[in-house]
Design a protein around this ligand. Structure first.
Ligand code: IPE
Ligand code: IPE
Ligand code: MG
Length: 253
C-alpha cells in the first residue's frame, strides 16, 4: 500500500448488511427485532453516503437464498421492506436520492411490487445519488438472466454469437449504465460474498468488519472509506507504472 492514484472517494459502494440476527440474540430479542434495528443503520448509511458525494450505493436487503429462512422471518422481512418503502420514500426524495430495486421482483406480493414501482417512479428524477436495493437478488441470477437476454437476441437473428463480448453481457446486467462498485463492505464478520454481486466485484476493493449491521453508523462508514482511500488499485499494472502515470498527470496540469 503506497497511497492511491485513484479518487479518494469511491463512486459506488456496495454493502452486505449482515448480523441483524446476532445483534438481536445478544439482547435476547427475537431475530426480527434485529431487522427492525437494521433500518436505522440503513437510513444513517444512505444519508452519510449522499453527504460524502458517493454516486451509487447498493444495499443487499434480501438474497435469492434468504427464502430458505423460517416462513415467519421471511414474512416479517417482506412487511418491513414494504413499510420502509412507504415511510422512507419521501425522505429519499427530499434528499435528492433516486431509488431502484434490483433482483427478481416477480416473486414478491402484488402490493410490494406496486410499492416498489411507486417509490421508483417518485424518485426517478433525482440525481444526487442512486440507491440500489438488491432484493431477491443473486449474482448468479443476474448473470443467467443477462445470458438469456443475449440468447433471445441470437435466436431472433439480431445478434451473432461472436458479437457477445464482456461489454455485451455487462449491458444486460441489473447495473447496466452504472459504475462498477469501487468499495464492497460486509458487516457481521463473515468473510464471504453469499451470491451478491459476482461479475461486478471483479476489481472492487473488499472490506470486512465484525460490526453487526444495526451497530453500523457514520463513524464505521468513515473507517471503511479511509481504508479505501489508502488502497492502491492496480488493475493489473505494477505499482511503478501507477506512480509514473500519476506524476505524468500532475506535470501535465
Ligand atoms: C442480515 O442479517 C439481514 C438479512 C439477511 C435479511 P442476518 O439476519 O443474516 O443476521 P445474522 O447473520 O443471522 O446475524
Ligand atoms: C447475505 O446475508 C444476504 C443479505 C445480507 C441480504 P446472509 O446472512 O443471508 O448470508 P449467509 O447465508 O450467512 O452467507
Ligand atoms: Mg447473516
Amino acid at each position: 500500500m503506497t497511497g492511491s492514484a485513484h479518487s479518494p472517494v469511491p463512486r459506488h459502494v456496495a454493502i452486505i448488511m449482515d448480523g441483524n440476527g446476532r445483534w438481536a440474540r445478544r439482547r435476547r430479542l427475537p431475530r426480527t427485532a434485529g431487522h427492525q434495528a437494521g433500518v436505522t443503520a440503513v437510513r444513517k448509511t444512505v444519508e452519510h453516503c449522499a453527504r460524502k458525494g458517493i454516486e451509487v450505493l447498493t444495499l443487499f436487503a434480501f438474497s435469492s437464498e434468504n427464502w430458505r429462512r423460517p416462513p415467519e422471518e421471511v414474512s416479517v422481512l417482506m412487511r418491513l421492506f414494504e413499510m420502509t418503502l412507504s415511510r422512507e420514500t419521501r425522505r429519499l426524495d427530499e434528499h435528492g436520492i433516486r431509488l431502484r430495486v434490483i433482483g427478481d421482483r416477480s416473486a414478491f406480493s402484488k402490493n410490494l411490487q406496486q410499492r416498489i414501482a411507486e417509490a421508483e417512479a417518485q424518485t426517478a428524477g433525482n440525481d444526487r445519488m442512486t440507491l440500489l436495493i438488491a432484493a431477491n437478488y443473486g449474482g448468479r441470477w443476474d448473470i443467467t438472466q443477462a445470458a438469456q437476454q443475449l440468447a433471445r437476441q441470437v435466436a431472433a437473428g439480431v445478434l451473432k454469437p461472436e458479437e457477445i463480448d464482456e461489454a455485451a453481457l455487462a449491458a444486460h446486467l441489473s447495473f447496466a449504465g452504472l459504475p462498477e462498485p469501487d468499495l464492497f463492505i460486509r458487516t457481521g464478520g463473515e468473510l464471504r460474498i453469499s451470491n451478491f454481486l459476482l461479475w461486478q466485484l471483479a476489481y472492487t476493493e473488499l472490506y470486512f468488519t465484525d460490526v453487526l449491521w444495526p451497530d453500523f453508523d457514520e463513524a464505521e462508514l468513515d473507517k471503511a472509506l479511509a481504508e479505501y482511500s489508502r488502497r492502491e488499485r492496480r488493475f493489473g499494472h505494477t505499482s511503478e507504472q501507477l506512480i509514473r502515470q500519476a506524476s505524468l498527470a500532475v506535470s501535465s496540469v
